[in-house]
Design a protein around this ligand. Structure first.
Ligand SMILES: Cc1cc2nc3c(=O)[nH]c(=O)nc-3n(C[C@H](O)[C@H](O)[C@H](O)COP(=O)(O)OP(=O)(O)OC[C@H]3O[C@@H](n4cnc5c(N)ncnc54)[C@H](O)[C@@H]3O)c2cc1C
Length: 475
């Protein structure tokens, strides 16, 4: 009988396992549905370069429908799984929720940003886990430089030029390094601002950064960042962000215009909410065959799964792309074996080491026992990650971006308008209803500082006015 495989999540695990199935599965054996709220896989290790501008953000995203042509890709979120009934509740991006029946489940929903109950965090910090956040951060750096160059208010200027990143793992360190690289280049185009006017702080609760790497490389990175005038605060926590002021556990207060929260992730809550077996931190319990422990017809891998590490008995594989990609490839093969009633293979992969890019042509890399720093580390970071970019087209696009960024200076355009795409339109409509003085005939209800069209003044239907009101952002 033809099996229906449902893959929840189209990130590393979802995409690569589906790509494997696409190659291996015979027609008539199985059909595959991939569900993801974004509809594209994000190539996370290059997100920081998208902030810095050496890679175009679109090139770190692989559209699932295009890459998995011929497979069913649904855009939306699985909100609950009832594995007993072999059915999942699915909320599409538009329209009512529906149910998806399946025979075999693959849980690949990864992780979400880990929040802490810090006052002001939700209102004032920016996360760093998605392309949207990367684009926003890039715009924010450029917008803040422009704001600082345009004001004569010293407090506004100081705030705009103060950047704080919380979290000394890969994502925090790379984000800070690339933001600084971008800003250092952008200051050339602003009279009255020099790189030395900008304040950069990296806050890390542990006494070291980049824990995935050898301690020597973490120390080298701290020194490299400090040489670039980054204030690296080890053994320090963010305790408050109320009013946008970053208060650190050592008593320091920084009136920061930009605070990036990169303090780690936690497993997707979907598995626990669906009654599947999870460990104490919410990871789905997996066997070395990438099946869900004690559950028939269910598989898992990646950041959301506790996969036994056969090379380090008693431990679990770390949540990183190195394991996620390799697990996904085996997962694809094991799914085919499962459908065919054959034996599954165990996952075994010894840690190869890791790489991190620090902008400014610097990086750190650890490949087995070999440690590389500076330019060599940077080249290793780029070569390694380029190798894992999912398609030939994306590899070519990333290479072309690097070539352009190497030949010419970086593109400095900031496209904040994308984040408020309807603003000009609404403004134009509001001005269109003025008496010629530029003042609207009827004063519209202001929402978060945006001009809102007063449709009732134009005699239009109340339902349209209601639509406008709903679309206005909460203040
Ligand atoms: C900024 C950043 C930089 C990184 N850099 C590195 C690096 O340099 N090296 C390295 O090894 N690792 C790196 N990582 C870690 C690496 O990206 C992850 O380990 C990897 O993405 C895990 O793959 P995954 O498939 O488990 O999860 P993901 O790739 O996160 O995929 C999960 C997918 O599930 C989808 N999803 C979530 N909830 C639902 C739902 N309810 N229904 C349907 N779909 C859902 C999400 O939209 C997402 O597409 C980085 C991570 C970040 C955030």
């Amino acid at each position: 009988m033809r099996k229906h495989i449902l893959i929840v999540g189209g990130g590393y695990v979802g995409l690569y396992s589906a790509m494997g199935l696409r190659k291996l599965v015979r027609s008539g054996e199985a059909s595959v549905t991939v569900v993801d709220p974004r509809g594209y896989m994000t190539y996370m290790p290059f997100l920081a370069e998208a902030v810095g501008g050496s890679i175009e953000p679109r090139h770190v995203a692989a559209p699932l429908g295009q890459v998995l042509k011929g497979m069913r890709v649904l855009t939306g979120r699985v909100t609950r799984v009832d594995h007993e009934a072999r059915s999942a509740e699915f909320q599409p991006v538009q329209g009512p929720a529906r149910t998806i029946e399946y025979d075999i489940l693959v849980m690949a929903a990864g992780s979400i940003t880990r929040g802490l109950p810090i006052p002001g965090l939700a209102e004032h910090a920016v996360g760093f886990k998605s392309i949207g956040e990367a684009v926003h951060l890039r715009n924010r750096v450029l917008a803040n430089l422009a704001a600082a160059a345009s004001t004569d208010d010293e407090l506004v200027r100081r705030r705009a030029l103060t950047f704080v990143v919380v979290g000394g793992g890969f994502s925090g360190v790379e984000a800070l390094a690339e933001m600084q690289g971008l800003a250092d280049e952008a200051v050339r185009y602003h009279d009255g601002i020099e790189a030395a006017d900008l304040s950069w702080t990296l806050v890390e609760a542990n006494d070291h950064i980049l824990p995935e790497l050898h301690p020597d490389l973490g120390r080298w990175t701290v020194d490299a960042l400090r040489r670039r005038a980054v204030d690296v605060r080890l053994g320090t926590r963010l305790t408050s962000l109320a009013g946008g002021v970053a208060v650190l556990s050592d008593g320091t207060e920084l009136d920061a215009g930009t605070v990036v929260w990169a303090a780690g992730g936690r497993p997707s809550p979907l598995a626990a909410a669906s009654g599947l077996p999870v460990d104490r931190i919410g990871r789905l319990l997996a066997t070395e065959y990438l099946t869900v422990a004690g559950v028939e017809d269910a598989f898992t891998a990646g950041d959301g799964a506790a996969v036994p590490d056969l090379t380090r008995p008693g431990e679990f594989t770390a949540p990183n792309a190195q394991h996620a990609v390799r697990q996904a490839k085996l997962l694809g093969r094991n799914l085919v074996a499962y459908v065919r009633g054959r034996r599954l293979k165990p996952y075994r992969h010894a840690y190869l080491g890791s790489v991190a890019g620090l902008g400014h042509h610097q990086g750190v890399a650890q490949v087995y026992r070999i440690k590389l720093t500076g330019l060599l580390g940077w080249l290793a970071h780029r070569a390694y990650h380029l190798g894992w970019v999912p398609t030939a087209r994306h590899k070519a696009a990333v290479l072309a971006d690097w070539l352009l960024a190497g030949l010419f200076r970086r593109e400095m355009v900031r496209l904040e308008a994308i984040e408020h795409a309807d603003e000009d339109f609404r403004h134009a409509l509001a001005v269109g209803q003025t008496d010629g003085t530029g003042v609207p005939a009827a004063t519209p209800e202001p929402a978060a500082g945006r001009p809102v069209r007063d449709v009732s003044a134009a005699g239009e239907a109340g339902s349209v006015a209601g639509t406008d009101a709903r679309q206005a952002p909460a203040a």
